[in-house]
Ligand binder design. Structure first.
Ligand code: 5GP
Ligand code: MG
Length: 180
C-alpha cells in the first residue's frame, strides 16, 4: 500500500531488486582484479548501497562513506557544496566508485568527484540509482544508472524529503502539495 503522501509508485521492491542486480553485474565485470573502494554518499544512498554491496563480488573491495551538503532542507539545491564527513579509507591509487541515490543538478557529484581525484584516486566513477538529466547544471554523467526519470521529486528506499520517507521499501513520487 502506498504512503498517503506518495502520489504514484515509481519502482517497487521487485523492480528495485532487478535494477540493483543489473548494476552489480556490470560493476563486477568492470572492476574484477582492481583495488575498488566503494564510497556511499550519506544519507540517501544507504539502502541502495546495502543491497548493491551484497551483490558485489570484487575481491578485497572496501567500503567508505562521505557526506556532503548542498541541500539545506526542502527540495531546492544550492550550488554551494561542503564536505560534512570525509572518507577515512586511503583512496590514493585506488579505483573509487561513488554510489549516490540520485543525480540531479550535478553540483554534489562534480564536487565529490574532484575532491576524490585530488586525494589521488586512480579513477572515480559514479553509480546512481536515479538520474534527472533535465536538471543538470554541471557537466557530470553517471557511469552506472538505474533509471533515468523526469523532473519529479521522489522519496523512499533511502531518499528523503526533509528527513522523512527514507524507510519506504519502494520509490514513489511525492505529492506536490507536500513540498510546494
Ligand atoms: P545535486 O547536487 O545533483 O543537485 O543533488 C543531489 C542530491 O539532491 C541527491 O543526493 C538528493 O539528496 C537530492 N535530490 C535531488 N533530487 C531528489 C529527489 O527527487 N528526491 C530526493 N529525495 N532527493 C533528491
Ligand atoms: Mg543525497
Amino acid at each position: 500500500m502506498l504512503h498517503n503522501d506518495v502520489f504514484e509508485e515509481l519502482m517497487n521492491e521487485e523492480e528495485l531488486n532487478k535494477t540493483v542486480s543489473d548494476i552489480a553485474a556490470r560493476i563486477n565485470a568492470d572492476y574484477e582484479g582492481k583495488e575498488l573502494v566503494i564510497v556511499g554518499i550519506l544519507k540517501g544512498s544507504v539502502i541502495f548501497l546495502a543491497d548493491l554491496l551484497r551483490k558485489i563480488t570484487v575481491d578485497g573491495c572496501q567500503l567508505d562513506f562521505l557526506q556532503a551538503s548542498s541541500y539545506h532542507s526542502g527540495s531546492v539545491s544550492s550550488g554551494n557544496v561542503k564536505i560534512v564527513k570525509d572518507v577515512t579509507c586511503n583512496v590514493k591509487e585506488r579505483d573509487v566508485l561513488v554510489v549516490e541515490d540520485i543525480l540531479d543538478t550535478g553540483n554534489t557529484l562534480s564536487f565529490v568527484k574532484e575532491h576524490l581525484l585530488s586525494k589521488g584516486a586512480s579513477s572515480v566513477k559514479i553509480c546512481t540509482l536515479f538520474d534527472k538529466p533535465g536538471r543538470r547544471k554541471k557537466p557530470v554523467t553517471a557511469d552506472y544508472t538505474g533509471k533515468v526519470i523526469e523532473d519529479l521529486f521522489i522519496v523512499g528506499y533511502g531518499l528523503d524529503y526533509s528527513e522523512r520517507y527514507r524507510n519506504l521499501p519502494y520509490v514513489g513520487v511525492l505529492k506536490s502539495e507536500i513540498y510546494s
